[in-house]
Design a protein around this ligand. Structure first.
Ligand SMILES: Nc1ncnc2c1ncn2[C@@H]1O[C@H](COP(=O)(O)OP(=O)(O)O)[C@@H](O)[C@H]1O
Ligand SMILES: [Mg+2]
Length: 254
């Protein structure tokens, strides 16, 4: 088997005395859609922050394509091909939908001294950004709203816009933090179909989500955290049947 795309090894993040992430190890294989679940406060968002470089880890190793990325700054990690969304919407309501999404692409493609010194290169870069932005908007049915202020979008569309912005980076690995939160059933099924389509197109996805039916249906594998520790890692059917997982999280659900 080829080397996993993402390898998390003994990862820990302590906030003063609190072990928000406590010695967690798991892999995400190329092209996999892996769910990361657990009760509120389990450490899911903190783990995302550590992988993306936004939160300095206390200890442990994170490898992407076999190379250590632990300790690199977030911009560098994004340029290596890891994009993320946040649990709480982070959009700019007063600028256009297009500009919100192209902001995702400008990070990796936009910082180019060469482009400034040699305008033709700069133009090529601008074209690449526009192309990535339009493709991401199209994938999430936002093309018709490209020129509108993002603040005008409905809540469900704002959640899609966040994913589109992450996609504009043309990542290899996408980290999604509760993309279905606040969506109705129809919007959630649409989202699930889009995530499956992205996975089928070759994107690797690590998905934090509380919507258990969706997670169980679309994920290839599921990692379960509880109080910062990994308590299970397996196929959806095995996770559903796992007594520890049921006790920690799934509780009364069928
Ligand atoms: N910046 C921080 N300072 C102190 N404690 C934090 C901070 N961020 C998160 N925590 C704590 O770490 C634990 C894990 O939080 P979080 O990663 O947000 O969990 P989840 O995303 O699984 O709900 C929680 O107990 C939370 O209160
Ligand atoms: Mg969270």
């Amino acid at each position: 088997m080829s080397e996993p795309l993402l390898q998390v090894r003994g990862l820990a993040k302590h906030f003063q005395g609190l072990r928000a992430v406590d010695d967690v190890s798991f892999d995400v294989g190329r092209g996999e859609l892996v769910g990361l679940i657990g009760p509120n406060g389990a450490g899911k968002s903190t783990l995302f922050g550590c992988v993306a470089g936004a939160i300095p880890r206390t200890k442990g190793e994170v490898r992407f394509r076999g190379d250590s990325i632990a300790g690199l700054d977030p911009g560098r990690i994004a340029r290596l091909g890891i994009a993320r969304t946040y649990q709480n919407l982070r959009i700019f309501p007063d600028i256009t939908v297009f500009d919100n999404v192209s902001a995702g692409a400008i990070g990796p493609l936009g910082i180019s001294l060469l482009g400034t010194l040699f305008p033709p290169l700069g133009r090529r870069r601008d074209e690449a950004i526009a192309e990535a932005t339009l493709a991401a908007l199209e994938r999430f049915d936002l093309l018709a709203y490209a020129d509108e202020p993002a603040g005008n979008l409905a809540y469900g569309q704002k959640k899609h816009l966040e994913i589109a912005r992450a996609l504009a980076l043309q990542p290899t690995l996408l980290l999604l933090d509760e993309p279905a939160a606040g969506l109705n059933d129809t919007e959630t099924s649409e989202l699930a179909a889009r995530l499956q389509a992205l996975r089928d197109a070759g994107l690797t996805i690590l998905l934090v989500e509380h919507d258990m039916p969706m997670v169980m249906r679309i994920c290839d594998r599921i990692v379960v955290l509880d109080s910062g520790r990994k308590i299970a890692d397996g196929m959806p059917a095995a996770i559903r049947a796992d007594a520890d997982v049921r006790a920690a999280y799934l509780g009364g659900e069928p």
